[in-house]
Design a protein around this ligand. Sequence first.
Ligand code: PGA
Length: 247
Amino acid sequence: MANQRIIVGNWKMNGCRALANELLSVLARSTPSDPARVKVVLCPPATLLSDVKSLREGTPIVLGAQDCHAKTHGAYTGDISAAMLKEVGCQYVILGHSERREQYGETDALVAAKALSASSAGLIPIICVGESLSQRQRGDAEAFVAQQLRSSLPELPCEIVIAYEPIWAIGTGYVPTVEDITAMHHTIAQVLVTQRGPLSPRASILYGGSVKASNAKEILDLPGVDGVLVGGASLIAEEFSAIVSLA
Ligand code: PGA
């Protein structure tokens, strides 16, 4: 949908019921009522999905998860399938976050398989890509992210969201220059057209990494930026509400 802004809150392994109550009560008051213009997606830990689902009722806020397994079911202790997330009320799932790629060795091929599984279950995958600091410093950032994206895309031309998250910007307070964000979003858009064809469903491209209320407007106003993926600041009710109100 053209011009729709997507603001995603990634709580990571943070939060409890009290925090969910607090965040949702503030957000419910401040979230724009027109989800066609601004979509707010909350991705709490799996233990809080049901709570957030109830708390968001009557608001345009939608539910997302932080990961899913590539398989539909089976002997995968500790894992959750895309269909299970769909059943609990999720519409989106974050996949291939750099923390999972780095800490759990998730490969591009696995991310692509998870995205296919998510999409088959009726979820919209939010596929994360991003370069390391050394790749940025060597001038390899765009080539790396283009290749990472090509091999992380699901085979089907389904609806997807891409989040450009430079690893060195996550949780650090550092943010790329506006020129670098714009250039990377342009590269990502080109890869999507080349890989998926011009008739594929349009993909939204988000920026993530140290987004705060103080820099969100500048980032959201950049050409090719359809929204933001927010980590730390999504755990602070007033801060996240302020970001949503800037969208
Ligand atoms: P941050 O995290 O906003 O705390 O930098 C973003 C993310 O990892 O999705």
